[in-house]
Each structure stands twice: as structure tokens, then as C-alpha cells.
Design a protein around this ligand. Structure first.
Ligand SMILES: *Cc1c(COP(=O)(O)O)cnc(C)c1O
Length: 456
């Protein structure tokens, strides 16, 4: 029996070592991998189409299959030439912390379930408030995504506004409750709408605030607000990288007694850099969401819900039970999840190794590269459609056909991958610079490929 246990332990350690070796090889070859897998690699995915086995299969073989046909069918989102969305790569310290966490396998719901997770996530939360310069008394929940964190913040928002009207939401729900109105930007992110829809705010009842040509809410045309309104603002519009003018908008909301929520999935990080003036006044809002897994370059499932009234978030998200009660700032009482991994730990590792200066440099470098790329493209005959205040470059080449042709040609050259969008009714493409791995030479290579494609 003791022998069997020793053998099983050896097998486990060998398997983990094999996974580490394969991961090491993947990372070592990242720079020469294409930003998007070719057809042959994608065809290889057919190898996964096997029936579920009756008695299970060998673990080492399972890993071999995953590496053989999986590693080659990845996008290069952890590499230097991925310019799609705002994805970010995984910083070494954050990725390494994540690996160690996997060995721990903690259920990071409360101190009793994991003293280390509760302690480190608390510190990560304090550091986030510090580096983003948001109210230090805020509650901080670490969730799987900005989508989930927005849902948490908006739940707290509605519950608080109803409470101020004397309505007990937890007991009475919404049936017969006073109506809570929601004002969103014309360019609101789809996931904020998703969160609102899930919460029962009908899409047909959202009040839309008109934007200017760069996608920012125009304060002069802000719909009327009152003390049963949630106003959703944006730090970092996905096409233009623009910010709503927080000072006048939040001032209007404060006067009306409305709740202000900020979607800052990537853009809020500008506040930690020399681009901070873009975020002026954002700290007067009531709640904020941002991601670690985008611009901070931490692994996925790392996002943050921040609520000025820590108690409001803790009450809205509370999941205490007789067998599982915990302090109000236990993570299970601040996020949607009950059982959860410690998503705040890779964020802590990123912040600890970058420091305040390192975060600023990461963000500033990407913004500088975006500005350089925009200049280069403009002088080579492209239409850059945004002011490029941040890390997003929104581009067209001549007409719709030219725009599509240039993009396709660059994608085939492996100089980079980036996506398309519709901006003001017409197709464009969107180049985001958000990976710590992207160097100036990668951006130069992209600019050259675009220019070559245009000249045709
Ligand atoms: C990505 C994004 C979101 C959603 O974030 P997830 O972490 O992917 O859920 C919300 N708002 C903006 C502006 C985004 O860019």
C-alpha cells in the first residue's frame, strides 16, 4: 500500500514536471509562433473529437494530446505581435504566481478556507486602490471578469438606491418596487448592457446619453438624472480609447443623488500613468470595475469590483450561511462566486513586481507606441479615425474594400493580428497595444506590413 502511494506521488510529480516542460517550451517559442494559427494547425484540432472513454485514459497521454494539437492552435495572445482587442499577455511574475496557486488549490472564499488567499487578496485590494487612486475605504472584490464585477457593482447600486427610497430589495425583490432608471452612453460596452439585462433592466428602457464624434458622452446633452438613477460612464471606449468627461458628469450626478458606475475594464489603468488627466474626477464615482487580465497583463479570470460604500457591496453580495459565515470583507461576500480561486494573487504578484513606477511605464509605453503608430500610418496615407489618447488606434485605408484588403494582407504576413469594428456606420480596424512583450520593433514591423499592404 505504501508502495502504491509512493508510485502515485511520483506519477503526479512527473506529470506536473512534464506540463512545466511543455509550458516552458511553448513560452520559449512564443516569438516565432504566428499571431493566429494556420489552417493545418486548426485542422489538427480534429484530434480532440474522440468519444468520452469508458474507463479513462492515461494522464500523461492526455497532456501529450493537449500539447501536440492544442499548443499549435492557440492565438498568439501571449506573444508580442497580438494587437487584437485589449488582451495583454501574462507577466512572468503573475503567470508564475498562478502556477504555484494551482498547486495550492485553495478555495479562496474566506479566511477560514484559505488564510493566505484572504491575506494576500486584502493587500492586493489596498494596493489597487492606491495605484488607481480611488477612495481608500472602498470594498474590493476580485471576480472572474469585468462583466461579472459590473454585475456585482450594479446589484449594489440598485439595492442601495432602492434602500434610500425605503424599499427592502432583499425581502421584496423588484415586484412593485419604485423604478430604478439607468442612463448609459451611446457607446456603452456590450458587457455592461449584458449585466444590466441579467439584472432585469430592459434594454428598451435604458436611457441613452448621446456622445460626441470620439465616443464621449456630451455633458450638454446628458439626460435628466435623479436619486433613483444609475449613470454608467466609461474609462476607455473600445474603439477610440476615450474617456467620458467625468468632472461635469459626476458633478451633475452628485447634485441629483444618482449612483455613478464606471466601466474601466482597461482604461482605468491610465490613472496609474502620466495619462492620469484623462481620468480626472473619476474618483468621485460610487463604483468602478476594471480588469487585471487586460492591461495589467495578469492571467485570465482576474477582474475587480470596487465600491466606495464597502457595506453596500458586502450586503448585496452576501453569501453567509450557518455552515459558512465570514467577515463582511470575505471575498465570497464581495463577488458572485462562492467557491473561487484566488484571482487577486496574480494581481498582487504583478503589482508587487512592477511597483507603482512599473505600472506607469507599462501603460505609458503602450500609449507612446500607439501614438507613434498613428503618426506613421497617417503619413503613409491611412485615415486614423481617433485622437489616440490611449493605446487604441482606429484605422481605415481609403474605402471599405481597401480597409478589408489591407487587413487581410497583414494577417497573412504574420506581422500581427488585429480585429475589425464598425465605426460611425462603416468598417474600420482597431489596433490595440497592450502586451508587455510588444516592443518598438514589433510595432515598426506592423507599420511596415500595413504600408506594404496599402501600396499593394
Ligand atoms: C473587455 C471589456 C469589458 C468586459 O471585460 P471582461 O473582463 O472581458 O468581462 C467591459 N468593458 C470594456 C470597455 C472592455 O474593454
Amino acid at each position: 500500500m505504501a508502495d502504491a502511494a509512493a508510485t502515485a506521488k511520483m506519477q503526479e510529480l512527473d506529470l506536473i514536471a512534464d506540463a512545466d516542460a511543455r509550458a516552458r517550451n511553448y513560452l520559449a517559442t512564443l516569438d516565432i509562433r504566428p499571431p493566429f494559427p494556420d489552417q493545418a494547425a486548426r485542422d489538427g484540432l480534429a484530434a480532440f473529437a474522440e468519444p468520452i472513454s469508458e474507463h479513462g485514459r492515461d494522464a500523461a497521454d492526455t497532456l501529450r494530446l493537449l500539447d501536440l494539437h492544442g499548443s499549435s492552435a492557440t492565438t498568439g495572445s501571449n506573444g508580442p505581435r497580438y494587437f487584437g482587442f485589449v488582451i495583454g499577455a501574462a507577466l512572468p511574475a503573475a503567470a508564475a504566481a498562478e502556477r504555484l496557486m494551482l498547486a495550492w488549490d485553495q478555495c479562496a472564499s474566506s479566511y477560514d478556507n484559505s488564510p493566505v488567499a484572504a491575506t494576500v487578496e486584502k493587500i492586493a485590494g489596498d494596493w489597487l486602490l492606491d495605484v488607481l487612486d480611488l477612495p481608500r475605504e472602498s470594498g474590493v472584490g476580485f471576480g472572474t471578469s469585468a462583466t461579472a464585477c459590473t454585475l456585482a457593482c450594479l446589484s449594489a447600486a440598485r439595492r442601495s438606491l432602492l434602500d434610500r427610497q425605503g424599499w427592502n430589495f432583499d425581502r421584496n425583490g423588484l415586484h412593485g418596487s419604485p423604478e430604478i432608471k439607468v442612463v448609459v452612453s451611446e457607446s456603452v460596452h456590450i458587457t455592461v448592457k449584458k449585466a444590466l439585462r441579467l439584472l432585469g433592466f430592459g434594454m428598451g428602457r435604458l436611457i441613452v446619453a448621446p456622445t460626441d464624434p470620439q465616443g464621449r458622452i456630451d455633458p450638454a446633452r446628458l439626460p435628466a438624472l435623479d436619486d433613483h438613477t444609475i449613470l454608467c460612464l466609461q474609462a476607455g471606449e473600445v474603439n477610440t480609447g476615450e474617456f467620458d468627461p467625468f468632472e461635469p458628469l459626476i458633478e451633475a450626478a452628485r447634485r441629483a443623488g444618482a449612483w455613478v458606475h464606471i466601466d474601466g475594464a482597461f482604461g482605468l489603468w491610465a490613472r496609474a500613468s502620466s495619462r492620469r488627466p484623462l481620468t480626472e474626477g473619476v474618483d468621485r464615482a460610487d463604483s468602478w470595475t476594471t480588469d487585471g487580465h487586460k492591461w495589467l497583463n495578469t492571467p485570465y479570470d482576474g477582474a475587480v469590483a470596487i465600491c466606495r460604500d464597502a457595506t453596500a457591496l458586502a450586503e448585496a453580495m452576501n453569501a453567509d450561511a450557518a455552515y459558512s459565515s465570514a467577515s463582511k470583507d470575505a471575498q465570497k461576500n464581495l463577488t458572485l462566486e462562492f467557491s473561487r480561486r484566488a484571482c487577486g494573487i496574480p494581481i498582487w504578484a504583478a503589482l508587487r513586481t512592477l511597483g507603482r513606477r512599473g505600472v506607469a511605464e507599462l501603460v505609458d509605453r503602450h500609449c507612446d507606441e500607439a501614438a507613434w503608430l498613428a503618426d506613421r500610418l497617417r503619413s503613409n496615407g491611412f485615415d486614423v479615425l481617433n485622437r489616440v489618447p490611449l493605446n487604441q488606434v482606429l484605422v481605415r485605408y481609403q474605402d471599405d474594400e481597401g480597409t478589408a484588403r489591407v487587413r487581410q494582407s497583414v494577417l497573412e504576413s504574420d506581422a500581427g493580428w488585429f480585429g475589425t469594428t464598425i465605426w460611425q456606420g462603416r468598417p474600420a480596424f482597431r489596433i490595440s497595444i497592450s502586451s508587455w512583450r510588444t516592443q518598438h520593433e514589433d510595432v515598426v514591423r506592423l507599420a511596415e506590413a500595413l504600408t506594404r499592404a496599402a501600396v499593394g
